[in-house]
Design a protein around this ligand. Structure first.
Ligand SMILES: [Zn+2]
Length: 125
């Protein structure tokens, strides 16, 4: 997850911005975002838009990364009943969507529990 950082005031952004929202500087450098964060808020979306029916119901969370940057992302592998405000999560690379007959598959980031059930060895805190 590549964001960027203002060289003038050190503010960090994801997704990357062209102009610093804090000081309006255009002196920004790419910066890899930390993969770990926590849930600030979340919601269960029972009906989704076309193309995502197979993933219903979907959970979306407002995630605050460990550097303070906030973003909205799909939450996966986390039983909805056990999800809480403050739950720790980490970024995972997952299939976002398969595009019908063409078969093109899109990938992107989502967030899951700190120790993903798909991993055999977890090294997170
Ligand atoms: Zn700045």
């Amino acid at each position: 997850m590549l964001g960027n950082k203002c060289e003038k005031c050190q503010a960090e952004f994801f997704p990357p911005v062209n102009i610093c929202r804090a000081c309006k500087s255009i002196d920004l450098k790419p910066l890899e975002m930390p993969g770990a964060g926590k849930i600030l808020s979340y919601t269960l979306q029972k009906e989704s838009v076309a193309g995502f029916e197979e993933q219903e119901p979907m959970v979306f969370g407002l995630v605050e990364l460990s550097n303070g940057v906030r973003l909205v992302a799909q939450i996966v592998d986390f039983p909805y009943e056990s999800l809480k405000i403050g739950s720790k999560v980490k970024a995972v690379f997952r299939r976002v969507k398969a595009d019908g007959p063409s078969g093109q598959i899109y990938y992107g980031y989502k967030f899951g529990p700190p120790r993903s059930p798909r991993e055999t060895s977890a090294t997170e805190e």
